[in-house]
Design a protein around this ligand. Structure first.
Ligand code: HAM
Length: 423
């Protein structure tokens, strides 16, 4: 029987992987400019890492985790996001004793059992950063500037940065009471999940995707009105820094984010095109998470960008074109001797960084030409009896048909490589 990929997963075929490489390479180059180093973490963790890190009352932990018991009876979970695993690694490897701030980036797959729709998958990809050790708002501003810089590099338009502050446990205690006082009389209008978790974590009701809950919370009190002096200062300074850098933003007091670890600054980059799945990137500060996962009290901030959503957005704006970085050469070979010669020539040129293919199917010249065209090769040279006898080949551009052919010595690898590399 023909097998199908599981619901919510996708095969990324060669037509699109070039686009993925492009956004990832651009991201990695930018990370280096801002001092971020790569970390690679396991695909699965002990379930407790997410229960304690992401939070027991979140949708992610309550409904969306792929959790299983391994043969040793341990409860393991496929990572639904990167932050909790990175923090676990940071604590376990004593990374806090190295320089501060410690800046880490990652490119990962993540898994959530979600209702599948456009821009919402069960296996998806995130590019993210986490910065540990800096407490003040300057790093918040730097992280947002980095994202702004990234979108500028990609040429992205029509997106907006939404920011909010959800304060610290101190401000949240007061806010919690005000929110509960507002929600209690309306409890029976909430979905069953929200009714169950309301007393324990009323903030989650604000983040619920059910329409009935969204209707109830429309006029709920706003956390921004309950910030203590320190959290208010932090947020005001951040806004000033963003203004100084010319980064536009909108304060959206309704952003609470779907994960429990956030404190103070939270933010989302929202596309104006993708509709409800329009959040391309989300993040914020999590000053209590390192401690919650067994480390010393350490502030942290980061973000994760959904690659599927980013690429959808780039495509909608006509900004990703499959492109190859190297010049490509096709060697058409017309007999056995030419085949052997083509192989040697291809190896010599590949060692100099030129991407080369030659016929391996004993095809006719016509069929070989067709193959070179279909595979978007930049140059072609034909190796037949005549070329072998003369020890010379004609190099022809397939991109610019008006470009004159160049005659080059068959064994003059330097000249061939030079012409091809120039392109
Ligand atoms: P998040 O908002 O849950 O945050 O996810 C970040 C981004 O991942 C979203 O904005 C979205 O683009 C993408 N994403 C999430 N779920 C899906 C899905 N089912 N299908 C496709 N894309 C999806 C986090 O994960 C935090 N760890 C971000 C962070 C890092 N905060 C601090 N540091």
């Amino acid at each position: 029987m023909k097998q199908q990929a599981p619901k919510g997963t996708q095969d990324l075929l060669p037509e699109v992987t070039l686009n993925w490489q492009y956004v990832e390479r651009t991201f990695e180059d930018l990370c280096k400019l801002y001092g971020y180093e790569e970390i690679r973490i396991p695909t699965f963790e002990h379930s407790e890492v997410f229960q304690r890190g992401v939070g027991e009352t979140t949708d992610v932990v309550q409904k969306e985790m792929y959790t299983f018991e391994d043969k040793g009876g341990r409860s393991l979970t496929l990572r639904p996001e990167g932050t909790a695993g990175v923090v676990r690694a940071y604590v376990e490897n004593g990374m806090g004793s190295k320089t501060s701030p410690q800046r880490l980036f990652y490119v990962i797959t993540a898994f959530r059992y979600e209702n599948v729709q456009k821009g919402r998958y069960r296996e998806f990809h995130q590019m993210g950063v986490e910065a540990f050790g800096a407490k003040g708002p300057h790093i918040d501003a730097e992280v947002l500037a980095m994202l702004d810089h990234y979108f500028e590099e990609l040429g992205l338009k029509d997106y907006a940065l939404h920011i909010n502050s959800i304060g610290c446990p101190n401000c949240r205690a007061q806010y919690r009471e005000a929110l509960l006082a507002y929600l209690r009389p309306k409890k029976d209008q909430l979905c069953q999940d929200c009714q169950n978790r309301m007393e324990e974590n009323p903030l989650r009701v604000l983040d619920c995707k059910e329409k009935s809950c969204q209707d109830v919370t429309k006029d709920a009190p706003l956390i921004l009105d309950y910030l203590d002096e320190e959290c208010k200062d932090h947020f005001d300074t951040l806004k000033g820094l963003l203004d100084d850098m010319g980064i536009s933003y909108k304060v959206d007091p309704r952003i609470v984010r779907g994960l429990d670890y956030y404190t103070k600054t939270v933010f989302e980059f929202v596309s104006e095109n993708v509709g409800t799945q329009g959040t391309i990137c989300g993040g914020g500060r999590y000053d209590g998470l390192v401690e919650a996962l067994g480390g010393p009290s350490t502030p942290g901030i980061g973000f994760a960008m959904g690659e599927e959503r980013l690429l959808m957005e780039l495509e909608a704006q006509g900004l990703v074109k499959p492109h190859s970085l190297e010049t490509t050469l096709y060697i058409a070979n017309l007999n056995d001797a030419a085949h052997t010669e083509a192989q040697a020539l291809a190896q010599a040129l590949r060692r100099r960084g030129i991407s080369v293919q030659y016929d391996l199917m004993d095809r006719s010249l016509r069929a070989q030409m067709k193959y070179a065209g279909k595979n978007n090769m930049d140059y072609i040279l034909v190796l037949g009896e005549d070329e072998l006898a003369r020890g010379k080949v004609m190099l022809r551009s397939l991109v610019d048909r008006d470009k004159e052919e160049v005659e080059v010595g068959l064994h003059d690898i330097d000249t061939l490589a030079e012409i091809l590399a120039e392109d």
